[in-house]
Write a protein that binds this ligand. Structure first.
Ligand code: PEP
Ligand code: MN
Length: 386
């Protein structure tokens, strides 16, 4: 349903808003439902771009050669991209190999130069997606242009910012639209450069089922040796493709040297990934899946019943504490619960971090339940004594 407001269309239903997208297989160069983009983080020299184009033209699954032309660097005095000359190297690469090209744009001028150079696909980078002014400027420059555009997730885990950027690009008339999960900045200790938040990307996909969502395992992993696991996870979760940074000689790359893989190794890397079917119609498979899902439904029912019973006991404890004028929270007891539950979780082969988070949520709910009980108890005592 669309409602009009101040002359602009505001949509209340996301599915309707983006339901006019062109499906990926109808615009991906090979007609594949899965997209593969690869190439160096940055276009460093004419030679490096042409070498990359040569190596990657040998990869039959490749759809687009990527190369950064303007690089958003965290700190100044780093290499910020060659700009216009790099566009000319990419043009030459397209002419030489017939490959299609993909670059990042961060403002209206970038869009205009990229379009003039005949670049085949544009993407909005993670640092740009966070800024609605920049995304709007890009959208304005794209108005009336028919080109595929991908929007990377913003660096902070904010689904609405990501959605907003997609909506702005869509409002320019872009119908070959996609999203890229490249992980999120996190201060928590993490093996990855940008922590993947698969659930956020899957939520986006759930909201806009027509939207292709691909994964950039390179910027998630940050290190070559972690790349394969992240790429495999994306395929297991039915992502619609991969963007992988590759370089003729990664050790000497001018940016993101630690995460790029050798272009000569890309074919082997892709061959080692397990491409699963999104679904299988085989009857035996369907029957077993149905069985397992029924089992899961019944376990969930058990879990909900147990939770309800546990919270009733919590309530009882709250009442008892109120009657005996004891505080709700007792640090020692809480520490004991947390350590014994995570210890037991480890014995059971469960992830202690998950169990820790789970019990924190349970504890918070328990405190609220007890606080309500105490409040009610105090009111009743006041009534009786009043
Ligand atoms: C890139 O693709 O090289 C890049 C800068 O990515 P991101 O916007 O994900 O940081
Ligand atoms: Mn990079």
């Amino acid at each position: 349903m669309a409602t009009k407001c101040h002359g602009r269309l505001f949509y209340t239903n996301m599915n309707i808003l983006l339901s006019d997208l062109v499906p990926l297989h109808a615009w991906s160069p090979k007609g594949n439902p899965s997209l593969l983009i690869s190439g160096p983080c940055s276009a460093e020299s004419r030679k490096q771009v042409l070498q990359s184009a040569y190596h990657l033209s040998q990869i039959k699954e490749l759809d687009y050669l990527r190369a950064g032309v303007w690089k958003p660097r965290t700190r100044p005095n780093s290499f910020e991209g060659h700009g216009q000359p790099a566009l000319e190297w990419l043009q030459e690469a397209m002419e030489e190999t017939g490959l299609k090209t993909a670059i990042e744009v961060a403002n209206g001028e970038h869009v205009e130069s990229a379009l003039k150079a005949g670049i085949s696909l544009l993407w909005v980078g993670a640092r740009t997606t966070v800024n609605p002014f920049s995304v709007q400027e890009i959208s304005d420059a794209l108005t009336g242009v028919d080109i595929p555009v991908l929007v990377k997730n913003p660096i902070s885990p904010d689904l609405n910012l990501w959605l907003g950027a997609l909506e702005r690009i869509h409002s320019a008339g872009i119908r070959k639209l996609g999203a890229v999960h490249r992980g999120f900045t996190s201060y928590d200790a993490h093996p990855y450069r940008n922590a993947p938040r698969w659930e956020i990307a899957l939520q986006l996909k759930g909201m806009i089922p027509h939207l292709p969502v691909i994964c950039d395992p390179s910027h998630i992993a940050g290190k070559r040796h972690l790349l394969k696991d992240v790429a495999q996870r994306a395929l297991d979760l039915a992502f619609d493709g991969l963007m992988i940074e590759s370089h003729p000689n990664p050790e000497v790359a001018w940016s993101d040297a630690e995460q790029q893989i050798r272009q000569e190794d890309l074919g082997e890397f892709l061959g080692a990934l397990n491409h699963r079917e999104n679904r299988s119609e085989e009857q035996v498979f369907l029957d077993r899946l149905h069985q397992l899902r029924l089992l899961m439904d019944s376990l969930d029912e058990d879990m909900l019943n147990l939770l309800e019973r546990r919270l009733r006991v919590t309530e009882e404890i709250g009442r008892y504490k109120q009657e005996h004028n004891v505080t709700i929270f007792q640090l020692e007891r809480w520490n004991e619960i947390l350590s014994s539950r995570t210890r037991r979780a480890k014995e059971l082969g469960l992830d202690p971090t998950f169990i820790h988070k789970f019990w924190m949520a349970l504890h918070q709910e328990g405190i609220q339940v007890q606080a309500r009980v105490m409040e009610r108890g105090e009111e009743e005592t006041a009534k009786v004594s009043g």
